[in-house]
Design a protein around this ligand. Structure first.
Ligand SMILES: Nc1nc2c(ncn2[C@@H]2O[C@H](COP(=O)(O)OP(=O)(O)OP(=O)(O)O)[C@@H](O)[C@H]2O)c(=O)[nH]1
Length: 337
């Protein structure tokens, strides 16, 4: 007897575009559905678990590599495990948030080349979130020989595309960008958003993924070991964990300076922080030169538990980053006990 397949939505988009913002929207909106979210982060340590809203939904972290290459085996294992406990956990769908540097094609391929998964899962749509303020500089990047431009791939494979951060650009820029996006992907449905404010039925339950469309873009899509995906080695991720509480004034000054002096090369920065005198978990979010702060008091993540060791986790992704300098500067924001 044929059983109904479980829908899967892939949320992709370049670093800082608004993927987690969209996941948070899906997890908080009243839609009566339960989702399992698989979060994949680029780098040695994960931050996003602390940046998703505190929800009943299950969040599965994959932090030891990029979902489109090194940890694809892990993805198959996680999905297989989730399917085996579906009856018990009773979720309606699965959402996969890729890293900002992922090529979505190999992730999508997982649902066609693994027989067990192909029989039970339906790839509903690839939803690409685009940062209207910063995308052009990434589309324009010249990549080394054999390395794909991830931001182009993410747009090319989009079934639904959110042109996000509409608040940061004027209408003329949005029109220019829309033309550029259509030149890469003429069939995607483009929705302009601010903070991914989109009705959920525009992104979930779309049944929009078309295998034929993908085969037109990439004829080797179904070949199990299709074209090897290569990341741009000049883009690196630096993550570190530091115990203790930080001085907000010093931290703010350092990060603000960093965004100004290195904002072009610093694609993404984020961190979960313990701030002196506060029981909330604080976070910062940087996308190039834009920096913002927030805390668990805003409903993102949870406050520190009584007795929990105060630990700061930070990630910086970009080019020409100096680990010891970043770590040293952060250490100088720590208040001695
Ligand atoms: N001004 C503005 N900021 C936004 C918008 N959407 C998201 N942001 C902010 O952009 C930053 C990055 O958003 P995230 O949702 O974490 O982006 P992401 O794509 O998940 O980032 P990575 O997973 O690190 O690649 C956060 O500070 C968001 O609050 C928007 O529409 N307008």
């Amino acid at each position: 007897m044929a059983s109904i397949k479980t829908p899967v939505t892939i949320i992709t988009g370049f670093l800082g575009a608004g993927k987690t913002t969209l996941v948070n929207r899906i997890l908080t909106e009243q839609h009566g559905k339960k989702f399992v979210v698989i979060e994949n982060e680029f780098g040695e340590i994960g931050i996003d678990d602390g940046l998703v809203v505190h929800a009943k939904e299950e969040i599965v972290e994959m932090n030891n590599g990029c979902i489109c290459c090194t940890v694809r085996g892990d993805l198959v294992r996680i999905l297989t495990k989730l399917l085996k406990k579906k009856k018990k956990s009773g979720y309606d769908g699965i959402i996969i948030e890729t890293t900002g540097l992922a090529d979505p094609a190999p992730v999508a391929q997982t649902f066609f080349v693994d027989d067990f998964l192909a029989e039970r899962l339906l790839l509903d749509a690839i939803v690409t979130v685009v940062d209207a303020k910063h995308i052009e500089q990434h589309l324009d990047e010249m990549k080394p020989e054999g390395v794909e431009n991830e931001s182009v791939e993410q747009i090319a494979f989009a079934d639904v595309l959110l042109l996000n951060k509409a608040d940061l650009v004027c209408e003329a820029e949005r029109e220019r960008l829309t033309k550029r996006i259509k030149a890469i992907n003429g069939t995607t449905n483009i929705i302009e958003t601010t903070k991914c404010n989109v009705p959920l039925d525009k992104v979930i339950g779309r049944n929009a993924f078309s295998l034929q469309k993908i085969l037109d873009i990439d004829p080797s899509f179904l070949e199990a070991e299709g074209a090897e995906h290569q990341h741009d080695a000049s883009v690196t991720s630096m993550g570190f964990e530091v115990d203790g509480e930080c001085h907000f004034g010093r931290l703010n000054k350092w990060l603000s300076q960093l965004m100004v002096t290195q904002g072009t090369d610093l694609f993404r920065s984020k961190g979960i922080l313990a701030i002196q005198g506060s029981s909330e978990k604080h976070f910062f979010q940087g996308v190039h030169m834009l920096l913002s702060f927030g805390s668990s008091a805003d409903g993102i993540g949870e406050a520190w538990n009584a007795g929990e060791t105060r630990k700061n986790r930070l990630i910086f992704i970009g080019r020409n980053l100096n680990r010891s300098e970043l770590e040293g500067k952060f250490q100088s924001c720590i208040v001695s006990a």
